[in-house]
Design a protein around this ligand. Structure first.
Ligand SMILES: O=C([O-])CC(=O)C(=O)O
Ligand SMILES: [Mg+2]
Length: 236
């Protein structure tokens, strides 16, 4: 479980900052690609609960597709603080979740849905207010393209490896995946980076040159430290 202060810190920083912090630690492939942001006004921080859809094969779908299938089993057992992440191979030719399952997930304390496939019922889904990241709207049910195959395994979503329990962070730009083991450290460093960037932005707004400012040279570093001590960076 991620602690409350880490969640709060992660909610306060952007995915761009987190992406830079991961790059500092050698992780380049952490931002999920080609996703639409369903709730640009919402932040998302939660633990990955993974679900994998394979390509459709009618004989397998006949066995695994209907009734209380893997999709519904996972949604029905979501735990508080979890984000449902669906691998749909980037196939946009069918929905992979709709508003009723998303509502069930919310009632169980789930904090978001991420899928690199289609989403259906998107007008109603958006009304729920649940953080949602998806490939594209598609009205058809999943059985048009997928078999809901298995869950709680490493998956690929948006071209990124997502391990069960990874920390998923979403903002109006998209979603970044953090390994749980470094989430607290990344969160702390991201808060520091954003304080520096607030100082830099303030200087740029005043007309300062980028030279020696971004990245910060020694002179600006000293000025930044005074600025920090003054509490000029306090976020209201
Ligand atoms: O078909 C689905 O994936 C589920 C659906 O419509 C809903 O949850 O409302
Ligand atoms: Mg529906």
């Amino acid at each position: 479980m991620i602690d409350r202060s880490t969640v709060q810190a992660l909610e306060s920083v952007s995915t761009a900052t987190l992406s830079a912090q991961l790059r500092n630690r050698g992780i380049e492939n952490a931002f999920l690609e080609h996703l639409t942001v369903g709730q640009p006004g919402k932040r998302m921080v939660g633990e990955a609960r993974t679900l994998r859809y394979t390509a459709l094969r009618e004989d397998v779908f006949a066995v695994r597709g209907g009734g209380m299938n893997e999709q519904k089993r996972v949604v029905d057992t979501i735990r508080p603080g979890e984000v449902l992440v669906i691998e749909a191979r980037g196939d946009l030719g069918a929905g992979t979740i709709g508003d009723i399952l998303a509502l069930r997930l919310m009632r169980r304390g789930g904090v978001g849905v991420v899928t690199d496939g289609g989403a259906r019922d998107t007008p109603a889904l958006r009304e729920l207010g649940l953080p949602l990241y998806f490939g594209a709207p598609h009205a058809a049910v999943l059985g048009r393209r997928h078999v809901p195959m298995d869950s709680d395994l490493p998956i690929t979503c948006g071209g990124v490896l997502v391990m069960p329990g990874d920390v998923l962070c979403g903002d109006a730009e998209g979603v970044v995946v953090l390994p749980a083991a470094i989430a607290a450290d990344v969160a702390r460093a991201a808060v520091v980076q954003e304080r520096e960037e607030r100082y830099i932005t303030e200087q740029v707004a005043k007309g300062e040159s980028l030279d020696g400012l971004y990245p910060m040279g020694e002179a600006h570093r000293k000025q930044f430290e005074l600025w920090s001590e003054d509490g000029a960076d306090e976020v209201s």
